[in-house]
Write a protein that binds this ligand. Sequence first.
Ligand code: ZN
Length: 370
Amino acid sequence: MLSFFSKSVLFIGFSSILSCSTGNTPVKSEAHGTQTDIQAVQDTTEKRIFISAVGDCMIGTNYPSANLLPPNDGKDIFRDAAPYLQKSDLAFGNCEGGFLTGEGPVKKCSDPTKCYAFKMPDHYINHFVNAGFDILSIANNHVGDFGEVGRINTKKVLTAAGLYYAGLTSCPTSTFEKDGVKYGFCAFAPNNGTVNVNDISNAKKIVQDLDKICDVVIVSIHAGGEGSGFRHLTNSNENYLGEKRGNPQEFAKAVIDAGADIVFGHGPHVPRAMDLYKGKFIAYSLGNFATYARFSLKGQAGYAPLVTIEVNKKGDFISGEIISFIQEGEGGPTLDAQGRVAKDIKDLTEADLPSTKLSIDSTGKISIKN
Ligand SMILES: [Zn+2]
């Protein structure tokens, strides 16, 4: 049974590696045998942390037309999801587009009628903050749709809002402390200006550095081919439209070997299987979550999982739950009474990873197999 801590946030950055946050260097909680350290060990093993995660969020673009923005200026997009995000200790999502109210140099498209370039108005960041998000990945194929102008403005908007973010080569990591837990976050994608998901040795180095100073290291990957043909894991390097989209399984296990505690994947626009590796949770794709107007939402592309996992202070998985949302019409997640995405991820996990230690029931409850 999940229960949740209330939100109260204390953010502390560190400066030992290139980071999107600044401030004091956290010192990892360790035990060395003194009375104080015995208490620390008990805290480590007993504390429960609830972390929620969703996949792609692009809640309305003013390019090529402001007609593509949602009703009520986007204020209702996260209405159904917000209670779940707010009651967790930390909430993560992938920001599948940058923030830029004004003009910027749009990416080149061979066919302008099929050019998908996204920029959310700056004030749409308030919808993420009000919904309860703490961490956003900006490592994906849309953060650079408006070049360096868009990337710089996106970082400015996220920083001003007090959100933690990572994934560009100019800000590969973020660290912060909350409720006595020191977190590290990093994000990877195959795209220009992002930290390369195909460079596994660099990813391991980044994670090792975070692991030295953080209790829980969260890794985000935007990886794998896109669409209904890419629902299943392949355990190989995946290509899509000429782009090397990484080997999600090889990457996830490598970063866990290097000290990562949780891997949240997204990018395929459809859900994929979940796994447990060395006691650490992996979601290979959280699909679309809040993608307004410019995304196909047919079939599983409309399935919008919100996963909440319970971990201890060492980042070991304890239990979890998939809450089923669905995007219909132009998009925006609403609760799905049929629980479709929970059943889909259960089926995908059983089909692709029959020997996984993770058990998912048809209502979305996630547990460790006996
Ligand atoms: Zn993408």
